[in-house]
Design a protein around this ligand. Structure first.
Ligand SMILES: [Zn+2]
Length: 164
């Protein structure tokens, strides 16, 4: 992704009040390897149920505030992140809810989705299977995963921003 700075991030959130976006903690940005990310995602160290994702939707940074559900997934079964579609042990995938943008969100209307608990899909999709004759090359696998992740986060943000 193209880099975002602190000002981009604070002005990007579509489903949080101005007060919330002014207070929210930013991640360390100077060490981020932007070329290896499709979105910037981080958890709130103070309010750990909260998470934040920021990515470029067309030419605009779009941020979404997430809240992890209280109920954990049943342990011992695999779970799949709806953004990167990688299957992991269920304690590494969480049900997050995102308030809808605008009045709908202020009225308590949310969208729930399963996402990697650490919001690090970009890291996960780069762990590639070994090359084999039966599968596309690792480079092709990664290309497909990147395209899928970008289109699914874009669709998720469109859902959050849809006003009705
Ligand atoms: Zn994921």
């Amino acid at each position: 992704m193209k880099a975002v700075d602190a000002a981009d991030i604070r002005s990007s959130f579509v489903n949080a009040s101005q007060g919330e976006t002014e207070r929210l903690p930013l991640p360390g940005l100077h060490e981020v390897m932007w070329d290896h990310r499709e979105y910037l995602g981080w958890r709130d160290p103070q309010a750990h149920q909260r998470g934040y994702v920021v990515f470029w939707k067309d030419d605009r940074p779009v941020g979404i505030v997430l809240r992890e559900a209280d109920s954990a997934l049943r342990s011992g079964i695999p779970a799949m992140c709806s953004l990167c579609r990688i299957t992991q042990p269920s304690d590494q995938v969480s049900l997050f809810s995102a308030p809808r943008a605008g009045q709908a969100g202020r009225d308590g209307n949310t969208i729930g989705t399963y996402i990697c608990s650490d919001l690090a899909c970009s890291h996960l999709i780069r762990i590639l299977p070994p090359a084999s004759d039966m599968q596309p090359s690792p480079a092709e696998v990664l290309e497909g995963r990147i395209a899928g992740l970008l289109s699914r986060i874009d669709a998720f943000s469109s859902d959050v921003m849809r006003s009705a």
